[in-house]
Design a protein around this ligand. Structure first.
Ligand SMILES: Cc1cc2nc3c(=O)[nH]c(=O)nc-3n(C[C@H](O)[C@H](O)[C@H](O)COP(=O)(O)OP(=O)(O)OC[C@H]3O[C@@H](n4cnc5c(N)ncnc54)[C@H](O)[C@@H]3O)c2cc1C
Length: 426
């Protein structure tokens, strides 16, 4: 019986382990934390947006940096397959906003429990509190090609064992026929995803594409702390890089202690972080009233102005704050008036184009996803197997694949895990 070791009990590792067991392998799943799926437990604010039911044409633009590397895994295990899979293992699901899938119970913990029970039924041995420290390699010799009359030998690299450390500090070697690395990225390190996989793969000769946090908050220059905790709906955010409009997003925005985030903040964050890392100028332009044209807004403003009359105090800040309450949440009015005063803009112009130059972005501790990772050029995308090491495969966020928010990242984890687990034999 083939023996498989899967490293990392996140969504990718769990799918890989169960799938390999379904194909008849004896599987051990190693997890360094005390429980599997710690990050999965906090997904979707504890509700877990399992997947997104868009078809490939609509799904693929949300996958970065090169979506075609994910295509075979997606077609091998589509978003519909993900839903059918969870329903089959006893997790009912619901659809939200057209294409987003959540557990019917709205509890991420139920997703973890369903996966754990599935693995148990398949006889997968989960060892928690077990950190993989190192791969031990051996070189094997294989003849170049049986059909060619040559004595040339290709030296192939194989892994013979992993060195692991238990939470009690004991170290030992574990052997297997095949290994699957699914250690995730390096955001929210408290969940166990501390980027170990990059060092493990790099030590084997794999290229790690530059890592950076994505789906993260963008911190404005001289951030007005009074904005913290203000949530806005139906607003537009335009991303400018070197004064060129690069992306427009409409929806919900949140000002947090880390800056501008929330769904539309996250959607522009990947491009913004890339630009900031290149030293480019980045700014976000906030339109508080995208449903109205500037002219419509000006008409409304002037009409209200004449109704209010131009009595004493009409030019004062207090008067302005009072008037602004009809246009924005009260908590926003103080910082907005400051912006109007400093910029010298008419309030209507400031409302449609409140400019936030961006200084920096939220780091690993609070970013949702890691961009960059094990180069897909060195991974056979039809099998998820390493092109450098004979008996090694990869799955999940450790790979150079990431996506926008909306269930896409978990679909990447599930689908690459499914593919990797199903292709441990030649
Ligand atoms: C706050 C938050 C909310 C999110 N919400 C969503 C959402 O709703 N929908 C969505 O699609 N995506 C969401 N994501 C992204 C999604 O959680 C990840 O993309 C996904 O978990 C990646 O799965 P993975 O299995 O590759 O890695 P992980 O989930 O990171 O799992 C990797 C596992 O490997 C273990 N490990 C690491 N190193 C070692 C080692 N050396 N030895 C043994 N074990 C090791 C870790 O402890 C961890 O358990 C969210 C992320 C965050 C942070």
């Amino acid at each position: 019986m083939k023996e498989v070791i899967v490293i990392g009990a996140g969504p990718a590792g769990m799918l890989a382990a169960g799938t390999a067991a379904e194909r008849g392998a004896r599987v051990v799943l190693l997890e360094k934390m005390e429980k599997p799926g710690r990050k999965l437990a906090i997904t979707g604010k504890g509700r877990c947006n399992i997947t997104n039911l868009k078809n490939w044409e609509d799904f693929s633009p949300h996958v970065h940096p090169v979506n075609r590397y994910f295509k075979p895994a997606f077609y091998n295990f589509t978003s519909e397959d993900t839903v059918a899979f969870f329903n089959n293992i006893g997790l009912p699901t619901v659809l939200e906003r057209g294409t987003r899938v959540y557990p019917a119970s709205q509890r991420a913990f139920d997703v973890i429990d369903a996966l754990k029970s599935w693995l148990e039924r398949l006889g997968v041995r989960i060892i928690c509190g077990c950190q993989v420290l190192e791969f031990l390699r051996e070189e094997t010799k294989a003849s170049a090609s049986a059909s060619h009359e040559t004595n040339n030998e290709i030296r192939q690299q194989r892994i013979k064992a992993v060195r692991v450390r238990s939470s009690q500090g004991e170290e030992k070697l574990l052997t297997a026929d095949h290994f699957i690395l699914a250690t995730g990225g390096k955001t929210y390190p408290g969940t166990g995803s501390t980027g170990d996989g990059y060092a493990l793969a790099s030590a084997l000769g794999h290229t790690i594409e530059p890592l950076f946090p994505t789906l993260t908050a963008l911190m404005p220059v001289d951030y007005d702390r009074r904005l913290e905790r203000v949530e806005l709906r139906n607003v537009r955010l335009d991303l400018y890089i070197e004064d060129v409009l690069r992306r427009s997003e409409e929806g919900e925005l949140l000002f947090s202690n880390l800056g501008i985030e929330g769904p539309i903040g996250f959607r522009v964050s990947r491009q913004a972080v890339v630009a900031l890392n290149k030293g480019q100028r980045v700014s976000l332009h906030l339109n508080l009233k995208p449903a109205l044209t500037r002219e419509q807004l000006m008409l409304r403003w002037e009409r209200e102005n004449s109704l209010a009359g131009s009595g004493s105090g009409s030019g004062s800040e207090t008067y302005l704050v009072k008037r602004l309450r009809a246009y924005m949440p009260e908590a926003l009015t103080g910082p907005f008036v400051k912006y109007v005063t400093v910029s010298g803009l008419h309030p209507v112009d400031a409302m449609t184009r409140w400019v936030f130059p961006i200084a920096s972005y939220g780091d690993w501790a609070r970013a949702v996803v890691t961009a960059g990772g094990i180069s897909m050029k060195e991974v056979d995308m039809r099998t998820m197997r390493s092109k450098l090491i004979e008996n090694l495969s990869f799955a999940g966020e450790v790979l150079d694949l990431d996506a926008d928010s909306g269930g896409y990242n978990l679909q990447i984890a599930f689908a690459t895990g499914r593919l990797a687990g199903g292709k441990t034999s030649d």
